[in-house]
Design a protein around this ligand. Structure first.
Ligand SMILES: *Cc1c(COP(=O)(O)O)cnc(C)c1O
Length: 482
């Protein structure tokens, strides 16, 4: 049974945890002990087979036939590489490309699965309206994942002026009868906080009738669970390439914002994958990296807009799950720390707890200049073009230089952030993202992912801009129309 990170008395099954999103006490849903999977069995099957094993282990209430069908549909022809997450070797650097899905960012891995599971978990009378705060990539991936899924609606909120022009265009051009998009006056944390408040807003709930609200961020276990799979798959690809022997420990470098991606790596380790260190990379919004180095989480500082907007996050929600596991399931402690964070913007953990965390995690941060230099130097050395988020990981990996084989997770296609990338690689400025895309294609002979190549021609369907205070009323109206 799942429980809450803030109240270990609570018990609910995985279908309920997935439908509800997060606990009414504000905590996140966790399994008190993570199940082990059989490594040999994982290494003997393909991506889809691995996904079935991991999802069955983490979401035990879903019938095997349902998981089978969900996985088959989620990892099908909408991916432009049959391996789903191909591993690239550049000299002695391994890069796991997580961006071959329909929206060209790693969010597709979870968001091709979550809507299908959710639809299965609810009864025929229930309708669910998904609220998604997004720093850019979750929004589009959630819109595509939930588009026209029966009994569901999806509303995404992104910081006005806080996402890349391509990301904004991707969201505003989404099709589907049940999709909604609004820009929010504020930053990502303002949007995320407002979404969390709406989920615990009794007055709003009373207006919604039979419509339930839920979340598609990585705080939803139905999104986190699928992300565990690619850590095993990367390991398998290394074994197949002869780079390691089964049983050898490897490291992963993970560009981090909300701590969902790297937490999935920790889940993989707890479930039996031989992992040495998880290398956490942030951009200049370095709250998480500083915490992992000092034991002090402090968000009382300026929010910085960087060239890796999907990581411009000051409150890393999923860190809460790590605190739960590393404290031995001490939900009272987690509740206290989260209260400190809410009231003072800061918390500090004991030396013992920090030590336990540092057994598995090392961390660093990268500046925008580091990121631009890394994109340019990797391109000139090995002829590989990275996106800015991935480049944060590259920089931090080289700062910290952890011994052993290390896989860098590449979280987005460079074509999602073409202006920054083209500027670094081609040493020229471009008026628009589309100009930059075209220049990259022509001068670097790269293939633009099909959905991004078509984007410029698509009509924009949404132009709503809201103050955070106006969000509940807007959501109530959407629910009425469902
Ligand atoms: C969301 C995102 C991240 C950060 O992932 P978290 O799970 O929030 O840590 C990094 N890079 C890209 C491109 C993203 O979209």
């Amino acid at each position: 049974m799942y429980t809450s990170t803030r109240n270990a008395q609570l018990q609910l099954n995985s279908k309920e945890a997935l439908t509800q999103g997060f606990a009414t006490d504000g905590g996140l849903f966790v399994l008190p002990t993570l199940p082990k999977v059989d490594l040999d069995q994982m290494l003997a099957t393909n991506y889809q087979g691995q996904a079935k094993i991991v999802l069955s282990a983490l979401l035990p209430d879903f019938e095997a036939e349902v998981i089978d069908q969900v996985v088959t549909e989620a990892y099908g022809k909408q991916w432009d590489d049959a391996r789903i997450t191909p591993l690239q070797k550049l000299n002695d650097q391994y890069i796991l490309e997580l961006f071959h899905g329909p929206t060209s960012a790693f969010k597709d891995i979870g968001l091709q699965v979550l809507p299908r599971l959710l639809h299965n978990a609810i009864d025929a009378q229930t309708k669910v309206l998904i609220l998604a705060a997004t720093s850019g990539d979750t929004g589009k991936a959630a819109l595509e994942g939930f588009k026209d899924v029966p009994q569901t609606g999806i509303a995404t909120f992104y910081p006005d002026g806080g996402v890349s022009p391509i990301q904004e265009k991707q969201m505003r051009t989404t099709g589907g009868e049940n999709t909604h998009v609004a820009a929010i006056k504020g930053n990502f944390d303002d949007a995320q906080t407002a979404v969390k408040q709406m989920l615990n807003n009794a007055e709003l709930a009373a207006k919604l009738g039979s419509v339930k609200l839920s979340v598609a961020n990585s705080i939803n276990i139905g999104r986190l669970a699928p992300q565990v799979v690619y850590y095993f798959n990367a390991y398998q690809q290394l074994v197949q390439a002869g780079a390691i022997q089964t049983g050898d420990e490897i490291n992963f470098t993970v560009p981090t914002g909300n701590f969902g991606d790297v937490l999935a790596g920790y889940y993989a380790k707890l479930m039996g994958l031989p992992v040495n260190k998880l290398i956490v990379a942030t951009n200049a919004n370095s709250e998480v990296a500083d915490f992992l180095n000092t034991g002090i989480y402090d968000r009382n500082r300026d929010f910085i807009k960087t060239v890796s907007p999907s990581m411009d996050i000051q409150i890393s929600s999923n860190l809460e799950r790590l605190l739960f596991y590393k404290s031995g399931g001490d939900s009272a402690l987690v509740a206290k720390l989260m209260q400190d964070l809410a009231e003072t913007g800061r918390y500090q953990v004991s030396a013992e707890l920090l030590d336990a965390i540092q057994q598995d995690f090392v961390a660093g941060s990268a500046s925008d200049d580091d990121v631009r230099d890394a994109i340019a130097s990797v391109d000139s050395k090995v002829d590989y073009v990275m996106d800015p988020h991935t480049a944060n990981g590259y920089v931090v990996q080289h700062q910290l230089n952890v011994p052993g084989v290390t896989v860098l997770l590449s979280t987005a296609s460079p074509f999602k952030f073409p202006q920054v990338v083209a500027e670094a690689v081609l040493k020229a400025r471009f008026e628009s993202g589309f100009d930059a895309m075209a220049a990259l294609r022509e001068q670097r002979h790269l293939t633009i992912p099909a959905p991004l190549a078509q984007l410029q021609q698509l009509p924009e369907r949404f132009d709503t801009v809201l103050n955070p205070e106006a969000m509940p009323e807007w959501v109530a109206q959407l629910a009425k129309e469902m």
